[in-house]
Design a protein around this ligand. Structure first.
Ligand SMILES: Nc1ncnc2c1ncn2[C@@H]1O[C@H](COP(=O)(O)OP(=O)(O)OP(=O)(O)O)[C@@H](O)[C@H]1O
Ligand SMILES: [Mg+2]
Length: 302
């Protein structure tokens, strides 16, 4: 409190109340081991011909942080949509002007426009799935899901793209794996995203190894689990980026991810889905060697 009252905004509010006025609440930032933001209010209380002041502090740190995050998010989304849109507008102008009679240029530009428009559509789909997961995040899904058959399907579907890069995807699992508790569509989305990353960021002609095994505990809980690790050989991720990787729009190399058609929302969606499942995501990576993403999910209790 002594610290608070040394701040100019606090002094102004307190003095106004001591003079019998009703000052407007003011904002106060304090460092109490971490930055905290308070709303400070002062009310005058008459006392023997003068005034005393009753001062209240209301901690608004969380509200301000949420407000800031929302503003950042809107700024990011606008930016992410604006760049493909700017390129579409640019190409429309070129097609109407300089390239009006150039068949070859028209074909090329229409191809680029198509992929830019697809990227915008993907961005909107990803934003919608992220907001859907967030709305349901407090409700744990309850369906019975067999990870072995789910992964077989995802690997089959992604196999074509892996083969195009000369990569092979191998799936190893122990026999008699128990089912997990989950939402089949959302878990499919998790593994599609992780395997898509392994294909995108893995070296051409390298291997992707997927292992499914039973574990005693889902980290952070007492529940037994099944873990799936997806290991690639490729770029890897340096230490400083690891903790921020699941943030929305966070990309190690923005230009590269865009070039590959990425929105930077894949891992944010993965993190929220796993959170909803009360599961665990671990990321191990070594630069220029490769990365392993491990998802652990609680098993269905008998
Ligand atoms: N297996 C991996 N190896 C190396 N880097 C990776 C791997 N997976 C993710 N990354 C890094 O993390 C970033 C975020 O991944 P994320 O999946 O969220 O976005 P993205 O792949 O760029 O786009 P998308 O939304 O299409 O998935 C990537 O841009 C990349 O830099
Ligand atoms: Mg991705």
């Amino acid at each position: 409190m002594a610290l608070a009252l040394r701040q100019p905004s606090a002094i102004t509010v307190a003095e106004a109340a001591l003079n019998g006025k009703h000052p407007k609440p003011a904002e106060l930032s304090l460092y109490t081991g971490a930055n905290q933001i308070f709303e400070i209010c002062a009310t005058p209380v008459p006392d023997a011909g003068a005034f005393r002041a009753v001062i209240t502090l209301h901690d608004t740190t969380r509200e301000k942080q949420t407000e800031g995050m929302r503003a950042d998010f809107v700024a990011n989304v606008s930016h992410e949509l604006r760049s493909p849109l700017a390129s579409l507008i640019g190409f429309v102008e070129t097609l109407r002007g300089p390239a009006k009679d150039d068949r070859e240029a028209q074909e090329k530009f229409l191809g680029i426009m198509h992929s830019e428009a697809e990227r915008m559509a993907r961005l909107i789909d990803d934003l919608l799935s992220l907001s859907k997961v967030e709305v349901d995040e407090h409700i744990q899904p309850r369906d019975q899901v067999s990870l072995s058959s789910l992964l077989r399907q995802v690997v089959d579907a992604m196999g074509v793209r892996a083969n195009e890069k000369g990569m092979t995807v191998s799936l190893n699992m122990s026999a008699n794996l128990p089912d997990v508790v989950g939402d089949e569509d959302q878990l499919t989305q998790v593994f599609q995203n992780l395997i898509d990353n392994a294909v995108k960021y893995g070296r051409p002609k390298s291997d992707i190894n997927i292992e499914i095994s039973v574990v005693d505990r889902v980290p952070g809980t007492a529940a037994p689990g099944v873990s799936v690790s997806i290991k690639d050989q490729g770029d890897g991720i340096s230490e400083e980026h690891l903790s921020r990787l699941t943030e929305r729009f966070y990309r190690v190399d923005k230009a590269r991810s865009r070039e590959l058609g990425g929105t930077g929302l894949g891992l944010a969606i993965v993190k929220h889905i796993i959170g909803r499942h009360r599961g665990w995501l671990a990321i191990d990576s070594e630069e220029n060697i490769g990365s392993t993403f491990t998802v652990t999910l609680p098993v269905l209790e008998a």
